[in-house]
Structures are given as structure tokens and as C-alpha cells.
Design a protein around this ligand. Structure first.
Ligand SMILES: Nc1ncnc2c1ncn2[C@@H]1O[C@H](COP(=O)(O)OP(=O)(O)O)[C@@H](O)[C@H]1O
Ligand SMILES: C=C(OP(=O)(O)O)C(=O)O
Ligand SMILES: [K+]
Ligand SMILES: [Mg+2]
Length: 577
């Protein structure tokens, strides 16, 4: 019992230094179960750190399986099945988002996607009717209740951007080299030859003769020949396809012409879609074309006055302006989407990979979940196999430890949506296995998140506990959390074992569906940590999800409220008996 004498010192070592953990690994020859460190945060309030350490060497007593578990449905059926089949380390950590569209909106299709690993269903409010979206949300909720899935719903705002309006049949038009076209704000029905309608009157504000009009990030390009009022007469310089809702951007001397309009981030339609999202109880609102933190704060304030449920706001990084203010936007939001589709319209394509890596890194440093989106498996909209380059792109996002990957057209309108989802699933699992070894060697140099002592301690506990779980080769991490904060701090460290986050809050459970490596579980939590621990271990045992000999790291942070999350914490390493 080397450390009974100077517990506080040892504890500090464990919290702050690798050496404490190595010491445990090398020098502590008795079985590691149960080892317990208790941090009594009440004392921390006075800023005098007194950390109590208790090391108990008796074995964990087998706990009688409680009858109160009957009717329990807090596990999600897919994780449960995956765990039984593949074991703890086989659980996929990277989360999967599917855009729901006409190709996958039946109850049967949605069930197949849920079974295939969809964690979040995304509804793009650009398309289809309110009733259609309501019907999809209703089906997802029904499946969650009846089939035990844990799929959360995200709505994605249309946002304000300049594009051509849907010009009706034929669905795409070819622009030939040298052909002359009129881009007009005049509204007309149907189609006119060589004429395209812009959706916004001010689309040509500040544009001058000689500027380059780039369609959809390079599908076709035009030179502006003449300005007639707000309309532009242009000559095609790079032939290509003009799709419905094709995006319009102007370039001058090799650079994007920035802010040539003053459209609000949230339009009247977006606000009404947001009201719809609130009333339907969605988990996430993805905000298109966020340019600064104000827009995010505005929506978050609005949500806090409108609903007590916690709806997470995800900022989509898809404009040049948003890149200039990346950190403030990440800080303000609850998560980020790297919206590579529109980003590729705003910045040269060759910059996308490095920008993606930067965004992913900033999100991890600031502890916000990040989704890598768009064209991951684009060719699968039409073909049953992905290109090798697409698989490499998916693997790279997984290797960067993105929290989630997203399908757009592949699931919404593609013929092989489920297959595309399975490509994401298998590619993620494969790459996670590969990077686990790397992970062991290169721990993240964490930026300190918070200033107050209790918050810093929570952070350090999670960082060190993950190091401990990795070094000891533990099977799983159990965390008890009301708001999901501790679970996210664990996730941020991208531990090798999966993180089971037990929460009594449905919004927290749904929000955690997006976080890397977190398996959210809904349970009743009491104020007695020991009761929570034995109850959840029992639960896992009854379900056959843990078995004798499994060793789990248990961290608790539930007392007393979300506002003061770090009042009491304990870490235990527990062998299941
Ligand atoms: N709810 C829907 N109804 C009809 N079509 C949809 C729907 N959602 C998505 N789609 C189709 O899937 C394609 C890809 O989806 P997404 O990437 O979300 O949209 P976009 O390409 O408009 O940015 C869209 O272009 C659209 O054709
Ligand atoms: C995800 C994106 O946004 P949307 O599909 O709404 O254009 C994107 O631009 O990549
Ligand atoms: K959108
Ligand atoms: Mg976009």
C-alpha cells in the first residue's frame, strides 16, 4: 500500500502527471479492483484543494440483480446488438448522420437505416413540405419507442444564399462554351432559353463587368459582359451543367468577391422552420451560412426563452466569413458541421482538406462535436460501390477523429443509401482500429478549457482517467451525467474503450448521439452514486452487455445540478464479478 501515506500528493501526481499512472501500472501488484479516488468538490469551493483518496482492496461484491429494472428501455437496440457481437472494442465510435429524403422516408427504410447505424437523421429544410418533415420525425420517434433505437433528429435551415431558382424541367441545362446567358431577377414561370432566375434581387450588387460568375463551385463559369439594372448578361467561358438551385458566386482577380449581399443568416422562413423544430422536439438545429458568433448566440438565446428542452445549435462552416471567425463561432455553438459542399463554392477546392483538418482540430480543442459533411460517397448516389478515393476521404475524416460523418444525397435520393451507410460503418470501424495504436502513442496536448478550479479538476480527471483507461487496457468507461459535460470531456480524449454515458435526461441522451465514442443510456439516477453504479452494472449484466472479469472505469458527476456540475466526483476501477 505504497500510497496510503501521502494520498494527496499521489493524487496530484495522478491528476497532473503521467508518472502517477505509470506508477499504478508498474508498482501496484494487487488486483486493480476496486481502486477508488474520491474528490470532494465541496471543499474546492473555498479554493483550498483537499483531495481525499481512498484505496480499498476488498473485491467488489456481487450485487443482486434488482427487480426495478423491469420495463427498462434505456439502451439502444443497435449498440446492444453490436456489443454482443463484437465486444467493447468492436463498438464503432464515429457517429453517422443520414439526410432523409424521398429515397429513404418510409418507416421500413428508416428502420433499415437505424439498424444500419444511423445515429442522427438530418432533415434539410430546403426541400419538401412541412407535412413531409413532420411525418418523418413522427416515424423516427415511433421507431425509437417501439424498436428501442436512439436516433436523434436534426433540422438544417435553408439559410440565405444566392442561387438560381428551380427552373423546372429539364432538371439540368448545359451551358456551351461561348453561349450568352441572362441572369435575371425577373420572376417568370417555367423555363426560357438562355435565361436563369436568381433568387435574390441584390444578387449582382457590387458586381462589375469583367467579373467571373462561378456556378456551383466550378460546374460552369461565365464572364460578366454587361449589367442591365440588376440583371447580368454573361458569356460562358467554362462549359458545364446548370442544376436547379445552382449556387452563384463571383470572383475577381482570382479571389472570391466577399459579402456582395446583406442577407440575414436566418430568414423569415428559417425562423418558422425553427419554430417547427421546437414544436416537434428535435435534438439539433444546424444553422446554414453562419458568419459570426452573434448569429449563433441569437438563436441560442431564442431557444432558451422558447423551450426548456435543450436543443443543440450546430453552426455550419460553409462561407469564407465563417473561416475568418472560426474560433468565436466554435466557442458560441454546441457543435460544428464542416459543410464541404458550399465551402467548396467559396474557397478553392484544394484548400478543403486542410481547412477540414483545422476545423476538426479547433472543435476538439474547444470540446465541441464536429460533423464532416458532403460528398463523402457522392458516386454512390448512382453506383452501388464507392470510388477508392471516396473510401480514402472517409478514412481520413475518421483518422482526424471527427465525431460524425454525414450522408447527403447518398441517402436522401440515392439508390444505394443503406449500402452507403454500411460503407461508412465498415470504413470507420476499420480506421478506428488502425488509429487506436497511434492514439496510444500520441496523446492530445489538451488546451485548458476552463478557468475555475472545479471545472479544471473535472477536465483533468477526465484527461487522466482516459490515460488510465488506455494504459490499463480497460474494457469500458462508465460515466454518470445529467448534462453530458463529463461524457463530452471523456469523448474529447478519444479513449480506446467506449464511453457509456448514463443519464436521466432525455435531451442529454439525444445530444450525446453525436459525440465520438459515447453510448448514451437513459436511466433513473439517484443522488447516491453507489446506488447508480450498482444499478447500472446490474443492468448491463442482465442484458449480457458486461460479464465477469470485465474491468470498467467508473466516473461519477451527478450532484447536485447542471449549473454546478463538479461538486463531487469519484473514479473507480471496477472488475465485474
Ligand atoms: N426532404 C427532401 N425532399 C426531397 N429531396 C431531398 C430532400 N432532402 C434532400 N433532398 C435531395 O437530396 C439532395 C442532397 O441533399 P442535401 O445535400 O441535403 O441538399 P442540397 O444538395 O440541396 O444542399 C438534394 O439536392 C435534394 O435533391
Ligand atoms: C451540408 C451542406 O449544406 P447543404 O446541404 O444544406 O447545402 C454543405 O453545403 O455541404
Ligand atoms: K440546408
Ligand atoms: Mg450548404
Amino acid at each position: 500500500m505504497a500510497f496510503a501515506g501521502d494520498s494527496a500528493l499521489l493524487c496530484r501526481q495522478i491528476i497532473t502527471k503521467n508518472t502517477g499512472l505509470n506508477f499504478l501500472n508498474r508498482g501496484f501488484s494487487v488486483p486493480i479492483s476496486p481502486l477508488r479516488f474520491c474528490f470532494n468538490g465541496d471543499k474546492l469551493k473555498g479554493c483550498e484543494v483537499k483531495i481525499g483518496v481512498r484505496a480499498a482492496l476488498q473485491s467488489v461484491e456481487s450485487v443482486e440483480i434488482s427487480k426495478s429494472l423491469e420495463g427498462f428501455s434505456g439502451f439502444d437496440a443497435v449498440t446492444e446488438g453490436e456489443l454482443r457481437e463484437k465486444g467493447f472494442l468492436g463498438l464503432r465510435k464515429t457517429k453517422l448522420v443520414c439526410t432523409i429524403g424521398p429515397a429513404c422516408s418510409s418507416l421500413e427504410d428508416l428502420e433499415r437505416l437505424a439498424l444500419g447505424g444511423m445515429n442522427v437523421a438530418r432533415l434539410n429544410m430546403c426541400h419538401n413540405s412541412r407535412e413531409w418533415h413532420r411525418d418523418v420525425i413522427w416515424k423516427i420517434k415511433k421507431l425509437n419507442v417501439e424498436k428501442g433505437f436512439c436516433v436523434s433528429v436534426m433540422i438544417d435551415t435553408e439559410g440565405s444564399q444566392i442561387h438560381v431558382v428551380d427552373h423546372g424541367a429539364p432538371s439540368s441545362v448545359k451551358a456551351e462554351h461561348g453561349s450568352i446567358w441572362l441572369f435575371t431577377t425577373e420572376k417568370f414561370e417555367g423555363s426560357r432559353p438562355f435565361t436563369l432566375q436568381a433568387n435574390y434581387e441584390g444578387f449582382s450588387e457590387g458586381i462589375i463587368v469583367g467579373d467571373e460568375l462561378v456556378i456551383d463551385g466550378g460546374m460552369a463559369s461565365f464572364e460578366v459582359l454587361e449589367k442591365i439594372g440588376n440583371d447580368l448578361r454573361c458569356k460562358c467561358t467554362d462549359p458545364g451543367l446548370l442544376l436547379p438551385r445552382a449556387k452563384l458566386r463571383f470572383w475577381r482577380e482570382g479571389k472570391l468577391v466577399e459579402k456582395n449581399h446583406e442577407l440575414p443568416t436566418l430568414s423569415t422562413k428559417d425562423w418558422s422552420d425553427i419554430e417547427f423544430g421546437i414544436s416537434e422536439g428535435v435534438g439539433f438545429i444546424a444553422m446554414s451560412f453562419v458568419n459570426d458568433a452573434d448569429a449563433v448566440n441569437h438563436l441560442k438565446n431564442h431557444l432558451s426563452t422558447k423551450t426548456s428542452a435543450s436543443i443543440k445549435v450546430l453552426a455550419k462552416i460553409e462561407s469564407m466569413e465563417s473561416l475568418h471567425k472560426l474560433e468565436e463561432i466554435v466557442e458560441a455553438s454546441d457543435g460544428i458541421m464542416v459543410a464541404r459542399g458550399d465551402l467548396g463554392v467559396e474557397i478553392p477546392l484544394e484548400q478543403i482538406p486542410t481547412v477540414q483538418e483545422t476545423i476538426t482540430h479547433v472543435c476538439r480543442q474547444l470540446n465541441k462535436p464536429v460533423i464532416v459533411a458532403s460528398q463523402l460517397l457522392e458516386s454512390m448516389i448512382e453506383y452501388p460501390t464507392p470510388t477508392r478515393a471516396e473510401v480514402a476521404d472517409v478514412s481520413e475524416a475518421v483518422r482526424q477523429f471527427a465525431d460524425a460523418l454525414m450522408l447527403s444525397g447518398e441517402s436522401a435520393i440515392g439508390s444505394y443509401g443503406q449500402k452507403a451507410l454500411s460503407v461508412l460503418r465498415t470504413t470507420s470501424s476499420r480506421m478506428e482500429l488502425w488509429s487506436r495504436e497511434e492514439n496510444r502513442q500520441n496523446g492530445l496536448h489538451q488546451r485548458q478549457l476552463e478557468q475555475s478550479l472545479p471545472d479544471r479538476i473535472a477536465e483533468q480527471i477526465c484527461n487522466c482517467a482516459v490515460e488510465m483507461a488506455n494504459n490499463l487496457g480497460l474494457d469500458a468507461i462508465f460515466v454518470y451525467t445529467k448534462c453530458g459535460h463529463m461524457a463530452s470531456l471523456f469523448s474529447r480524449n478519444r479513449p480506446n474503450p467506449p464511453i457509456f454515458a448514463f443519464t436521466n435526461n432525455e435531451s442529454t441522451r439525444m445530444a450525446l448521439t453525436l459525440q465520438w465514442g459515447v453510448m448514451p443510456v437513459l436511466v433513473d439516477l439517484s443522488d447516491d452514486i453507489e446506488v447508480n453504479i450498482s444499478k447500472t452494472v446490474d443492468l448491463m449484466k442482465t442484458k449480457g452487455m458486461v460479464e465477469e472479469g470485465d474491468v470498467v472505469l467508473v466516473v461519477s458527476d451527478v450532484i447536485p445540478s447542471c449549473e454546478t456540475p463538479t461538486v463531487f466526483q469519484s473514479i473507480q476501477v471496477k472488475t465485474i464479478v
